[in-house]
Design a protein around this ligand. Sequence first.
Ligand code: LAN
Length: 730
Amino acid sequence: HAKAKANGVVKGSDFVNATTDRSRWRLKDDRGCQTWHYLETDEEVEAWPQTAADRYFLGIETGLPKLQPAKTPLESASNGLEFFSKLQLPPGNWACEYGGPMFLLPGLVITWYVTETPIPKPWAIEMKNYLFARQNPKDGGWGLHIEGESSVFGIAMNYTTLRLLGVDADDERMVKARKRLWELGGAVNGPHWAKFWLSVLGVFEYEIVNPVPPELWLLPDWVPISPWRWWIHMRQVMLPMSYIWSKRWSYPLNDLTRQLRTELLTQPYETINLESHRNTISPIDNYHPKSWVLRLLFWLVIHIWMPLLRPNWMKKRAEEWTWWLIEAEDENTSYSNLGPVNGPMNTLAAYIQLGPDSVPFKEHLKTLPEFLWMKDEGMLMNGTNGVQTWDTSFLVQGVLTGGFIEDPKWKPMLIKAMEFLEDQQILEECRDQHKCYRQQRKGAWGFSTRKQGYTVSDCTSEGFKSILTLQKHPTANYPQLISERRCLDAIDVILTMQNEGGGCASYEPTRGSELLEHLNAAEVFGRIMIEYNYPECTTACVTALHMAQKYYPDYRANEVKTFKAAAIEYIRRSQLPDGSWYGSWGICFTYATMFAVESLSCGGEHYSNSERVRRACKFLLDRQMEDGGWGETYKSCELGVYDQHPESQVVQTAWAVIALLESDFPDPEPLKKALRLIMSRQQPNGEWKQEAIEGVFNKSCMISYPNYKFIFPIKALGMFVQKFGNDALL
Ligand code: LAN
C-alpha cells in the first residue's frame, strides 16, 4: 500500500471508520463555479460561517423557523418559497447534489491515482463514506446508478475506487462486494468502460479492451459514421479515450494493482486469455448488446487493421489530431470540459502528452473539484459541474403564476437570480468553432455555467424565457439587464436547433443516422450515438419562440413562425396511442406529457377543442392514485412502459397538475385532491422532503434533481390558484 500512503490517504481501520466534522464544510460559489472546502483550523471556521444552505446540503439541522401552517395553495407555495429562498447562493443561483450515476467518481479517483495526485484526506474519507452509504444492503454491490441493481460495472469500479482510497480488502463490506462480483463472473464481465479504466490503472492490459481507434477522427466529414455526427457526449468521451487507447497508456503494476487482479477476478490472472474476454459481459450490464456489425468491425480492427494495415504515420497523425481536438475542448471550456467522464480523461491525456508539470494538467487538477459535491452521506461526483442555469431559470418561471414576481418581498431574490442568468449567457463563439464541430453558442445558455460553454437547446430556451418573464413584466419593474441584441442572439441560437421533422434535440441538431446505434459500444446505455428529437427540448423551444413572437414580433418572423408550427406538428406526431409522450430527461411519461401539452397549448389546442389533449388528460387521470398523487418509477424509462410507483411522488404529482392545468382541464376536483397531497407532504418549515429519483439519461441511468421538489410544487400551486382561486384546501 505504499502508493496509497504516498497519495496522502490514511488506511486500515482508522480510515474505514473515519468521518469528517460536518460543521467544517463550506460551499463556495464563485460566479457559478461551485467547490466544497473543509476548514481545518478554528480561525478559518470563525472567519467563514456556515450558512443555512451549507447545513441543508450537509444534512445538518438548518435552524430555519416553523412557518404559519398553510391552508390555501398560495400559502403553501409561499411557505415553500420561503424555505427555498434560503438556499439561494450569493451569485444568485440555486445548487444541489446532482448525483445518481455510480460510474463517475471511479474515473476521477483512477485518474488521480495514476497521475500520483494526492487526494486531500477529508475528501478521501468522505468519498469512502459515500460509496459505503450507497452500497446495496442486500448483496453488497453497486449498480449503474443509485437505485439500480448491482452490476459488474458498478461493483468493479466502486470496489476499485474504495481500494485506491485506502480501504482494506478484508473489510467485511469489501468481502461482501467481492462475493457478489464473483457471482457475476468478475471484472472480465464488465462493459467496455470498466475494461478501459482498469487497463489504465494497470489491473488489466489493453488486450481485453475493444478497440477505440483514433483514426476514426481522420475520416472525412462526409462519411456517415464520422465522429462529428455522434451525440456530443459520446464523441467527446471517445476522443480522449481513443488517444489514451492508442498510446496504450497504463500505470505500472504495483502491489495494490496486483492484489486487485486477484480480488476482481475469479481465476488467476495469468490463466486468463484477455482477448477472449473483449466481448464477455454479464447480462445485468448488457442493456444494449453489441450488434454483429460492431463485433465484426472490432474483429477487423484487431486482426487486420492493427497488425497488417495500420501505417505508423497514420497512427501518429491520428494521435496528433485527437490531441489537437482535446486541447481545443480544454481551452473552449476553460478546462471544465463537457462533463464528468471526459473531464478526467482529458486530464489524463494532458498528463500523458505534456507531463505532470504542464500548465494544462495543473489547470485540470484545479478544475476537477467543481464536479464534487458534499452531502450527509459523504462526497460524490455530480453529473455535470452543477445545475446552476437550469434550476435558476425554472425557479424564476415557477414563481410567476403565484404572483410572487410582483411581490416586493421576493424582488431582491429574483433580481439576484436575474443577475446570475445575465452573467451566464454565452457571449462569444468558441475558438475554431467549425474545426471543433461546435454548435453556434453566442447568445446561448448552457445547463451549468457559461465557463463550461456548451449550448443546450432547452437551457437556452428556459434562460431566455426567464429573463423575459422578469424584464418584460408589465407592472413589476425589473431592471433591463439583458439588451435587446442579446435576446435576439438567443433567438438566433434557438433557430439553429430544429431537425428536419420539426423536433429539437439537446445540444445540436441531429447529425447522423439512427443506424449509428449499431456502433453503440457502451453496452450499459441505450440511444446514445446520435441526437434524437425530444418532446421536452422541443417544447422549451416552442414556448421560447412563442414568447419571442410576443415581444419581438418582427424579428425573423417567418422563420420563427415556421419553426414553431413544424415543432408543434412533431409534438402531435410523437404522441403515443395511449395519449402520453415518452420522456428522456425526467421520469418519464409524466414528465414529457407535461411539456408536450404546453406545446399544444401554444398551438391553441386545449381540452375543450382537441381530442389529442383530452387523450393526454385521460392518460394522466387514469393514473392518479387513491391519495390524489401520481407516482411513476424509473423502470418506465428502461422499459418504455408506464411503471407505477407504490407511493405517490410530490414531484410527479406537481408535473401532472401542471399538465392538466396547461391543458385547461375543466374539473378542479382531481386537481384539488392532488394539491392536498402536495400540501400534506410539506414540512412545518416549508420544505418538501426528498422522495424517489426524478431524472434520467440514456434510458438506463437515473440522476437526481433535488430542487424539483420545490420548483414544481410552487409552480403547480400557483397555476391552480390562477384558474380556480385560492380557497382553503386543508
Ligand atoms: C444532462 C443534464 C441536463 C439535461 C436536460 C437539460 C435536462 C435535458 O433537457 C437535455 C440534456 C441535458 C443537458 C443532459 C444531457 C446528458 C447529461 C449531461 C445530463 C443528463 C447530465 C449527465 C449526462 C452526462 C451524459 C453524464 C455523463 C455520462 C456519459 C454517458 C458521458
